[in-house]
Design a protein around this ligand. Structure first.
Ligand SMILES: Nc1ncnc2c1ncn2[C@@H]1O[C@H](COP(=O)(O)OS(=O)(=O)O)[C@@H](OP(=O)(O)O)[C@H]1O
Length: 411
């Protein structure tokens, strides 16, 4: 009994000593650092009162115990000064509050970090992302975010100004999972794929998330996107032909150049994938062949379930059916009825003209070669469309090496 008391007292003393050492470290760092900044990043950290309390006491401490003279400025000027000194911090980078125990401890009890996606479908646009989304939510243990008033099923958090609304805003889009280990939350925002800032931001908040991307022939993707813009009555897309859009030069009007950019840039697959791979390890990235999803979705969904580790296994061969009227695979409902995607997915439009196709094959040639190297490096098979494009590139290079027609080689 006496021994136990002594041990308890010793533990208590050790905790006090550790606290004192911690305070000593803080005082040391205050003396050494040229500038010390105290701020709370999240609106809900102790309702910010903790930040103010710490700050007031710190100022009192400095006034009392050091010869330092404290200066301050009105908030906006102070912020300006700070960001001039640290321009790299101008933009916030939200990290997971639960990765740091100290943050977690002072976070509101109602909040849970389980209310964040376990995986994301990142696009690019027009590759079949909505079909994938529909198939995923058919699984009883997979749920997506609540819809957004402005952007419907897509949250578009990481790639837009929504990011500045903070983690709370983002989390509100997700249901609280009923069982953390079995429930799979996800979101699909097709514009994440080509966005410069998204991989870094996503990896900061969701480092363990799995990333799904769909690729189809980038030329077909560009054409589908152009048709989508026409259907939405984009003035430039209505005014200019597809060939005019893709082949516009630097002297073209700005609205045409902007349309061209948005049409072609997402198809630079190798560049975008390398960026994602800078922030996520290859085993967290799944590159899905969009053509295969279109032709044989059950097979893709089987592989996807394995990749995600989601259980129980959901039998997509029974749950999906080909709808001849729609010309696509759809969800099979009771009584043999089908639930297909709306008119805006699987549109009817004339095939791409051969001049545009040849132009785009040349335009994407180097990127396609880089993509084949990347897939080889990751040990992944090449999709059929990529093999065809590489074959075309090979034939073109042979033609370029051949002597001009009508000329005979002299032996
Ligand atoms: N099952 C099924 N049903 C309907 N459509 C399907 C399906 N599987 C793949 N696709 C192809 O998906 C293309 C639309 O891609 P996205 O959903 O990624 O477009 S969007 O970015 O969300 O606008 C869409 O492109 P378009 O044919 O140009 O309309 C389809 O070809």
């Amino acid at each position: 009994m006496v021994k136990e008391h002594a041990a308890l007292r010793e533990r208590e003393r050790e905790r006090e000593r550790e606290k004192e050492r911690e305070r000593e470290r803080e005082r040391d760092s205050l003396k050494k650092e040229k500038i010390s900044i105290f701020m709370t990043h999240l609106s809900n950290y102790g309702n910010d009162r903790l930040g103010l309390y710490t700050f007031t006491n710190l100022a009192n401490f400095l006034k009392c115990w050091t010869n330092l003279r404290l200066h301050t400025l009105p908030p906006l000027q102070l912020a300006h000064k700070y960001f001039t000194l640290f321009p790299e911090q101008r933009h916030p980078l939200w990290q997971n509050p639960c990765d740091d125990k100290r943050h977690k401890d002072i976070w509101s009890k109602e909040k849970t970090c389980d209310r964040l996606p376990k995986f994301m479908v990142v696009g690019p646009q027009k590759t079949g992302t909505t079909a994938l989304y529909l198939f995923l939510i058919m699984h009883p243990f997979i749920s997506s975010n609540f819809p957004s008033v402005k952007t419907f099923e897509e949250v578009q958090f990481f790639n837009t100004n929504n990011y500045h609304k903070g983690i709370d805003w983002y989390m509100e889009f997700f249901p609280v999972p009923s069982n953390v280990s079995t429930d799979f939350l996800f979101e699909k925002s097709a514009n994440y794929f080509p966005s410069e800032e998204t991989p870094k931001r996503a990896a900061a908040l969701l480092p363990k998330a799995k990333i799904l991307t769909l690729l189809i022939n980038p030329s077909d993707r560009a054409y589908s996107w152009y048709q989508h813009q026409r259907a939405h009555e984009d003035p430039a897309a209505l005014q200019f032909s597809f060939y005019e859009v893709i082949s516009a030069d630097q002297l073209a009007p700005p609205e045409l150049r902007s349309l061209q950019n948005r049409c072609l840039v997402p198809g630079l697959y190798a560049t975008h994938l390398e960026r994602w791979l800078t922030y996520y390890p290859p085993n967290q990235l799944m590159i899905i062949d969009g053509q295969q999803l279109r032709n044989d979705p059950a097979k893709v969904m089987d592989e996807l379930q394995k990749f995600l580790g989601v259980t129980p296994y959901y039998n997509y061969s029974q749950a999906l059916t080909f709808d001849p009227q729609k010309g696509f695979w759809c969800q099979l409902l009771e009584g043999g009825r089908t639930k297909c995607l709306g008119k805006s997915k699987g549109r009817k439009y004339p095939p791409m003209d051969s001049e545009s196709r040849a132009f785009l094959s040349r335009f994407y040639r180097d990127q396609n070669i880089e993509l084949s190297k990347l897939l080889h490096r990751l040990g992944q098979p090449l999709p059929a469309w990529l093999r065809e494009e590489l074959q075309k590139a090979y034939v073109c290079s042979q033609v370029a090496l051949a002597p001009p027609t009508g000329l005979q080689l002299v032996g």
